[in-house]
Ligand binder design. Structure first.
Ligand SMILES: NC(=O)c1ccc[n+]([C@@H]2O[C@H](COP(=O)([O-])OP(=O)(O)OC[C@H]3O[C@@H](n4cnc5c(N)ncnc54)[C@H](OP(=O)(O)O)[C@@H]3O)[C@@H](O)[C@H]2O)c1
Length: 310
């Protein structure tokens, strides 16, 4: 067990690490996670809009490692900040997703602390997934959302500032319990409860991430002092349609007869935020560290069992 400074401690993904990893957690962020039922040992208020504040939290913390889950994550809202070229980049997502992680990473290097940055398969344009860890983030393109571009640039600057930093990319994360934000799986179940007739894409390829796998991966990376890029996701690909059908069938006991939708058509609509179509992550490196990844059908079964028990 070690002391870890965590940015984004009450986030959907980060709160699982904070609550279950067994590390002594010091949180940094806008709000004290203890006010939201997330137990941590200490808290420092930091606005990641200020890279200097983010860096000084790292410089001043009495910890053994730093993990950043903090990010501007609302993909559609972030898209509204998209500039006409990357040279004109500014705004909240640029500061929070690019400049702050770069500053944290540099500050961590100066203190000899391991630094891990959470990222996403949205850094890729979705032309050729599933992507290997060695694939660099895609260049600026209409196929890459502004969220995806900022996360990719954040990765690049974090590594440039600190070659021993690690990046952990995940994809459509889901878990069984988290009251503050619906994840990929529970969004489907919530839509079902509200009788929303959503058409799920059957022409998009994804590798959904079972969130407990992220916690185990982070533990392995920290314990084994690993650097570089790791992918944590289902070893098998699926489509949102297949995932939703399996989940609803498990929960309701019969095939729900969901309607498939087309991502290709969706992306042709004016104003649609781009997302990777042939996305997904191939995860050899983390499996090489002995971390077993949960295939999506098994994750769906675990989610459905928990839902039935609730
Ligand atoms: N959710 C997904 O679908 C998904 C997919 C792939 C990758 N990821 C990556 O996984 C990580 C966690 O995502 P998530 O969905 O779990 O996050 P989330 O639930 O949306 O939470 C975002 C976190 O970022 C913090 N944050 C945002 N703006 C901040 C600011 N200006 N200053 C300080 N903290 C700020 C928030 O802090 P407070 O708690 O203090 O408000 C919050 O804890 C992110 O790096 C994300 O890019 C997520």
């Amino acid at each position: 067990m070690s002391r870890v400074l965590v940015f984004g401690a009450k986030s959907l993904v980060g709160s699982h690490f904070v609550q279950t990893s067994g590390h002594r957690i010091h949180a940094a962020g806008l709000r004290d996670p203890r006010g939201f039922g997330v137990r941590v040992e200490g808290f420092v208020e930091v606005d990641m809009n200020s890279p200097r504040e983010a860096a000084s939290a790292v410089s001043g913390a009495d910890v053994d490692a730093v993990v950043n889950f903090g990010a501007a994550t609302d993909v559609d809202r972030v898209e509204r900040e998209r500039p006409s070229s990357p040279e004109e980049a500014k705004g909240t997502a640029y500061k929070v997703n690019v400049l702050a992680p770069a500053a944290m990473s540099k500050a961590a290097l100066a203190r000899g602390l391991p630094f891990v940055l959470l990222s996403t398969d949205f850094v890729f344009d979705g032309e050729q997934g599933p992507y290997a860890e060695s694939t660099p983030p895609s260049k600026w393109s209409p196929l890459v959302s502004w969220y995806g571009w900022t996360k990719g640039r954040g990765e690049e600057l974090a590594i440039a500032a600190n070659p021993s930093a690690s990046i952990v990319r995940i994809s459509y994360p889901y878990r069984t319990d988290y009251p503050r934000k619906l994840d990929f799986g529970r969004k489907i179940l919530a839509a079902r409860r509200q009788h929303d007739r959503i058409a799920y894409f059957d022409d998009q390829w994804i590798t959904p991430t079972w969130i407990p796998d992220v916690t185990r991966a982070l533990d392995a990376i920290l314990e084994n002092h690993k650097s570089g890029v790791f992918h944590v996701a289902s070893p098998e690909r699926t489509t949102p349609f297949e995932f939703a059908r399996e989940l609803v069938t498990q929960v309701e006991g019969t095939d729900p007869g969901l309607s498939p939708g087309s991502m290709e058509e969706f992306l042709r609509r004016p104003g649609a935020t781009p997302r990777p179509r042939h996305g997904g992550l191939s995860c050899r490196r983390i499996e090489g560290e002995g971390v077993r990844l949960t295939p999506w059908r098994e994750g769906v079964r675990l989610l459905a069992e928990d839902y039935a028990a609730a």
